[in-house]
Design a binder for this molecule. Sequence first.
Ligand code: SF4
Length: 349
Amino acid sequence: MTDTKRFFTDRILTWNRAHNDRNMPWKNEKNPYFIWLSEIILQQTRVEQGRPYYERFISAYPTVNDLAKAPEEEVFRLWQGLGYYARCKNMLAAARSISAAGKFPDTYEGIAALKGVGAYTAAAIASFAYNLPHAVLDGNVYRVLARYFGIDTPTDTTAGKKLFTALANDVLPENQAGIYNQAIMDFGAVVCKPQQPLCKTCALAPHCEAFQKGLTDLVPVKSKKLTIKKRYFHFLLLEQNGMVWIRKRTAKDIWQNLHEFPLVETPAPADLDALRQTAGFQQLVPPKTKALEPGVQLRQQLTHQTIHASFTRFSLSPDFSLPADYMLVPAGQLEKYAFPKIITDYLQR
Ligand code: SF4
């Protein structure tokens, strides 16, 4: 290891000894099941949002066997609001495979083979639970490494991933992988922040390329810009004798396996008159059925999509029926089903 690299690693560890106070319930945890749960929950989720879910999950399922035995619908309900439901499905599949194997895997390769576990999560579990020498690479680590070493190779390219993976493993200290991995992520979150990093008081500043050359706003570099798609969802609350029509979303799309009210999606904003002209609406609501009240508009921001949703209530005549993939459930028992956040937000109003 070069002197610049050794300086980097030593300063990160020294900083951590003085600042190991980022309060997270899974920190310093050694139980691989708890670490794995926290890492799955935190994929694409902020720490503050993930914390209550983590606590609910370990209280409902104290062991991986408890989670493996749980009915899918119950686990989905506990997950409700976290989004990215494929994560929940993979988590349950992984819990069942661990339970069938009789123990949590204790090698990097065994952990990486679990469903829903990528390179970052495998390195985090392997190092936190077993102190195995695998460096984590998340957004915080990319940023700290790119700035300190002054690297402008885009982090989202194959070449960038290779370069940063090699560098991250090169600066990993011997026998301290778990502590160091947590330390560098904390350092990125608290000191080398995306905006306004605390360079003036940073212990790495004397050798930090980005700071020395005034490049902190320019690295790390990404090659692709995130494109956000707008979607227009029109949920129809079709009531019939105290019952409501719902169905399970089975298509490979957002919210797969969750439930929803009958839905018409339009390529552009549409009011009720425009909606009535669509084939989707005409299949679900008989002609001339009046809306019970003005529609409610809600919006949800996902990472790659903005959902503009409207909710409109209708009362259907008792003899009308929907296609076979819909089911009629008592209006008072909707809480038994897992819905996307935007629908639970509507129901809570
Ligand atoms: S000096 Fe600034 S840019 Fe460099 S590592 Fe420290 S906080 Fe980050």
